[in-house]
Design a protein around this ligand. Structure first.
Ligand code: UN1
Length: 496
């Protein structure tokens, strides 16, 4: 069987890994379908990419930001023209259904147009000086060469969240896409190249986290790292980066709760829970993995939710009638199966699902049944640990205050949702839920690019993507211009 062979992009040239080694990118719905061979890169490839980025930085930083932004606008238009093709490529390599991969490409388009506007808005401040005839201001400066490490679940959107703000701010980039989904990042980077991005400004190096990712994090010429992935890996990235004092933006796990109060629009809450739990096969960091049900509606909700989960059509995401695609790889499938065992051993009650799907149309893929547990208590591991699969836990509660307490009783804090018609409780929840994102009467998934995206506790280390990304990819310079024509000593000459 023949399949395309992809290369790294280094200094404007597509090159194989120095070692010549490659890894195959397989379709998770059908492992006999090889999407392509991608470089298996190591430290020597990263070194070449960083050197190219460093060289390009000397000129890219001097390109006026509105001009840098024009390249993003053109790249956005190229994504618009190729949306369907890129969505199909993404479903083939990642598995999620076409409606969702179209959404993923759309998110990159939104990001391109949003961030392009920032090219004319990289605001600093002016402020009075304490001395006469002295002008004071702050300006944003690019950081330099930045390393971007991206996950497989949003293989075009998340790279765009990092690349576009980094570029408009004047940085040059080395990006390492997830091993499972490099093609979508290739498509994104190719769009930037076709839009006129100068050589070396973005360099793409494929490979594993341990070989390629670590080399990027450790390289002394990389000035900042932006990482999205698991909290376990994020912690290691943060520790490694500390050795060379790199700022690190970490965007990590979630255990997101949807709370349904007795007064909620139950139909709306059901639709939201189904989409939040099983959209993207549960493989979003914002996925709903706990549904907190007030006692008055718990029975009705549970019966209806399980009936709907059972009806979801699982299969190849390229089939437009399929609602839930495969898990991305055998490891993820294994994690879902393992958590089913853990939940059962803890005494949770399995209402539907719980198994990998095998045979027939599932024979060559990594499919897992939509799975629902009830009788889950907040202390159980299934209620606290991220599964990143189509596995959701139902937890019952009596009072609103209890719901908030349960929702907050975990180590993560990315997204929360509350379904209620009570405006007072809605605002109390907005204040009290410990998460970076809170939805009222909408599911835990569905963030838009121009709001801050990120979480608290073990979900993140304080940075935000979307609104806030420019803060990470720029560094402040304070500027003082003295036009008095004499030495004026701050804190001394005006100290009367
Ligand atoms: C993720 O959950 O990994 O908010 C990213 C959302 C998407 C992005 C999710 N716009 O659901």
């Amino acid at each position: 069987m023949t399949h395309p062979i992809y290369h790294n992009l280094i200094g404007g040239e597509w090159k194989p890994a120095v070692s010549g080694k490659t890894v195959l990118n397989l379709n998770p719905a059908d492992h006999t379908d090889v999407v392509g061979a991608f470089p298996s890169s190591h430290a020597e490839d990263v070194a070449l990419a960083v050197a190219a980025a460093k060289k390009a930085f000397a000129t890219w930083r001097l390109v006026p930001a509105p001009k840098r932004a024009e390249i993003l606008l053109r790249a956005g238009s190229i994504l618009v023209q190729n949306k369907e093709k890129f969505a199909r490529d993404m479903t083939r390599e990642m598995g999620k259904v076409l409606a969702e991969t179209r959404g993923d490409v759309q998110e990159a388009i939104d990001e391109a147009f949003y961030v392009a506007g920032e090219g004319r808005r990289l605001f600093g401040q002016t402020t009075p000086s304490e001395l006469q005839n002295k002008f004071a201001m702050s300006v944003r400066m690019p950081v330099g060469v930045v390393g971007l490490i991206t996950p497989w679940n949003f293989p075009m959107a998340i790279p765009s969240w990092k690349l576009f703000p980094a570029l408009v701010s004047g940085n040059t980039c080395v990006i390492k896409p997830a091993t499972d989904t490099p093609l979508s990042t290739y498509n994104l980077v190719q769009a930037l190249v076709d839009a006129g991005l100068p050589p070396g400004v973005v360099n793409l190096v494929s490979g594993s986290g341990s070989a390629t990712g670590n080399a990027l994090v450790e390289h002394p010429d990389v000035r900042a790292i932006s990482f999205t992935g698991s909290s376990t890996v994020g912690s290691l990235v943060g520790q490694r980066a500390a050795a060379t004092f790199k700022p690190v933006s970490l965007e990590m796990g979630g255990k997101n709760a949807q709370i349904v109060l007795d007064d909620a629009n139950l139909e709306l809450a059901l639709e939201g829970a189904l989409w939040g739990s099983f959209g993207t096969t549960g493989q979003r960091c914002t996925a709903t993995s706990r549904i907190l049900l007030q006692k008055g509606i718990a029975r009705r909700f549970t019966a209806e939710f399980v009936a709907r989960a059972k009806k979801l059509k699982v299969g190849n995401g390229l089939d437009e009638s399929v609602e839930v695609g495969p898990q991305v790889n055998p490891n993820q499938l294994e994690t879902s199966a393992r958590y089913v065992e853990i939940a059962l051993a803890e005494g949770a009650e399995l209402l539907t699902g719980g198994h990998a799907l095998t045979g027939g149309i599932f024979a060559h893929g990594t499919f897992f049944e939509p799975t629902v547990f009830t009788g889950v208590t907040p202390a159980m591991r299934i209620a606290r640990e991220e599964v990143f699969g189509p596995v959701v836990s139902l937890i019952e509660f009596d009072t609103f205050e209890q719901a908030i307490q349960i929702a907050n009783s975990i180590d993560y804090g990315l997204s929360t949702a509350l379904y209620t018609k009570d405006v007072n409780r809605a605002f109390a929840a907005i204040r009290d839920l410990e998460s970076g994102i809170t939805y009222i009467n909408a599911p835990t998934i569905g963030a838009e690019v121009h709001l801050p995206f990120g979480g608290v506790k073990q979900t993140g280390n304080g940075h935000r993507e979307g609104l806030g990304a420019i803060d990470f990819f720029t560094t402040w310079k304070a500027v003082y211009v003295d036009y008095s024509d004499k030495l004026q000593r701050a804190q001394i000459d005006n100290a009367e």
